[in-house]
Design a protein around this ligand. Structure first.
Ligand SMILES: [Zn+2]
Ligand SMILES: [Zn+2]
Length: 133
């Protein structure tokens, strides 16, 4: 996502793109709500709140032992793998770096080698639930 900083000159008055009130003075960049401009009130109460939320989202990216967890590794996927394993008697594991499924992991496996990406980033499914959920 870009901030659209240079595309449009900052208007001295205009219609707020969020509440559609007319504002006087300098508008505020309404990113990430939209690509337009907004009044001071919306800037403080809507835009800045949304930017803070975005930043917090970025910070919450789960890391395990310094490795960013692949987006496909979600709590519901881990639970599915564990449930499937009840029937197949596999020991499921997941590579947190590339998201590949692995088998023959102890439930508390950590840093096993991934056959897909060859990194030491396979964790037992039950172990992963401690981190993701
Ligand atoms: Zn407004
Ligand atoms: Zn992998």
């Amino acid at each position: 996502m870009t901030t659209n900083d240079n595309d449009a000159p900052m208007p001295e008055h205009g219609e707020c793109s969020i509440c559609h009130d007319t504002y006087k003075g300098w508008g505020n960049n309404a990113w990430p709500i939209n690509d337009g401009w907004c009044c001071d009130a919306c800037n403080w109460f809507v835009v800045i709140a949304a930017r803070i939320a975005l930043m917090q989202k970025g910070r919450q990216m789960t890391k395990i032992d310094g490795v960013c967890v692949h987006p496909s590794v979600t709590a519901s996927r881990i639970i599915n793998e564990i449930e499937d394993a009840l029937y197949t008697l596999d020991n499921p594991g997941i590579c947190i770096a590339c998201g590949a499924s692995a088998t023959d992991c102890e439930p508390d496996a950590r840093q096993y080698r991934c056959e897909e990406c060859n990194r030491l980033t396979v964790y037992g499914a039950e172990e992963l639930l401690f981190y993701i959920g």
